[in-house]
Design a binder for this molecule. Structure first.
Ligand code: PGA
Ligand code: ZN
Length: 441
């Protein structure tokens, strides 16, 4: 059981405060740090921030820290619950908050405890975190079942809310789906990344090599085609034509205005509404991109409230998986709606969008039951905590996105999967081109 719960304010990769939680048991001390998004969905669980503009511009988390130290922590210690009983622990935390979106005590407070307790649970059982997480998810332990290692989709070119410049689309990722192992996939991606950086500087000047929030280069270009052409050239130069694919997160809620899409939203002057694209026109553009470029999937092609465009897009026979991030916010109810309305076929899973491990598992189950794929994801504000690396292996989703092969808060996750791959040896299968439905392995 839990002897002590302690939280403190530390910093994320953007230099903003975030919550770190420490759980002390007879077995030792176990930590977790909570990440934070920039292009957040409206239905995400609430991150409690202090709002006192005189400290950290209002972004302090001292209230959330106090909610752990003064409220949730004492309740958990008093409960005497076992750290291996993740569901009971998460239920207790959720009930203590009492709101549907964790607005009272904070998803950041609750998630920090939830993830640290999982680490304590793994230690108690004497197994690696990814084994414990899979046991929890599947409700049983199967020592003979192989683990699936994910294709790393690395965000090598940053736009949208994650970089300066005028590019409206947020993320351009590369995934080495033709690689024979995770180790090789990381090597291929990193080789492409370095060539891309050189090309960006040659074509767009020295500052084009500067990186955005997720470690990708951020040349000042304006269209998706320019970004895709540059990445295709880098892939081909590296010798991986047909073996490394590209994926896009449009994060289009950021430029969706009254069900229209303002691709000029980052320009200083306001654009005229007459130039905004309709959902249909934007869909047409995506269909063209899928035909012209080696795309692996499209994420958030339409705004979080524009359900109609999503459903129409799928009904129109799009040839790549369509990933729902802001649309469903790792929330089972919204996933169920998206399944019913055939709005997407892949869940973007971010633990802090829902705010506890047990609810993240429920979201994953909802998605798998519908035959969806699952892309496990970091946030743009990240830390050295590599929890999602173990999580993606536990869920066997076959795909993860954790930014570029640059900046250690991004590499922390890939490095942890490298360790897991080495530890598992022949008991690991690399998802490769089956990444979208590797759970069926
Ligand atoms: P965020 O970006 O963490 O800023 O929300 C990631 C994403 O949109 O997938
Ligand atoms: Zn996204």
């Amino acid at each position: 059981s839990v002897e002590k719960v302690h939280a403190r304010s530390v910093y994320d990769s953007r230099g903003n405060p975030t919550v770190e939680v420490e759980i002390t048991t007879e077995g030792g001390l176990f930590r977790a740090i909570v990440p934070s998004g920039a292009s957040t969905g409206v239905s995400e669980a609430v991150e409690v921030r202090d709002g006192d503009k005189s400290h950290w511009g209002g972004k302090g988390v001292l209230k959330a820290v106090a909610n752990v130290n003064d409220v949730l922590g004492p309740v958990l210690v008093k409960s005497g619950l076992k750290v291996t009983d993740q569901e009971a622990v998460d239920d207790l935390l959720i009930k203590t908050d009492g709101t549907p979106n964790k607005a009272k005590l904070g998803a950041n407070a609750i998630l920090g405890i939830s993830l640290a307790v999982a680490r304590a649970g793994a230690h108690e059982k004497g197994v690696p975190l990814y084994v414990h997480l899979r046991d929890l998810f599947e409700g049983r332990h199967d020592a003979n079942k192989p683990f699936v290692l994910p294709v790393p989709f690395m965000n090598v070119l940053n736009g949208g809310e994650h970089a300066g410049g005028l590019l409206p689309f947020q993320e351009f990722m590369i995934g080495a789906i033709g690689a024979p192992s995770f180790f090789e996939a990381v090597r291929w991606n990193s080789e492409v990344y370095h060539i891309l950086k050189k090309l960006a500087v040659e074509k767009y000047g020295p500052s084009a090599g500067n990186v955005g929030d997720e470690g990708g280069v951020a040349p000042n270009l304006t269209t998706a085609e320019e970004a895709l052409d540059l990445i295709v050239e880098a892939i081909n130069k590296a010798g991986y034509e047909g073996k490394v694919k590209i994926a896009m997160d449009a994060a289009s809620s950021q430029f969706c205005k009254e069900s229209k899409y303002d691709l000029d939203f980052k320009k200083q002057e306001d654009s005229s509404p007459s130039e905004w694209l309709s959902g249909e026109k934007l869909a047409q553009k995506y269909h063209e991109l899928v035909d012209q470029y080696p795309l692996a999937f499209l994420e958030d092609p339409f705004g979080e409230n524009d359900w109609e465009s999503w459903s129409k897009f799928l009904a129109g026979g799009v040839k790549v998986p369509v990933v729902a991030d802001d649309l469903v916010c790792t929330n089972t109810k919204l996933i169920a709606r998206a399944v019913k309305e055939k709005a997407a076929d892949t869940l973007l899973l971010k633990v802090n969008q829902i705010g506890s491990l047990t609810e993240s598992f429920a979201a994953a189950r909802e998605a798998y039951d519908a035959g969806w794929g699952i892309l496990v994801s970091h946030r743009s504000g990240e830390t050295e905590d590599s929890f999602i690396a173990d999580l993606v292996v536990a869920l066997g989703t076959g795909e993860i996105k954790s930014g570029a092969p640059c900046r250690s808060e991004r590499l922390a996750k890939y490095n942890q999967i490298l360790r897991i791959e080495e530890e598992l040896g022949s008991k690991a299968i690399f998802a490769a081109k089956d990444f979208h439905d590797s759970y069926k392995h």
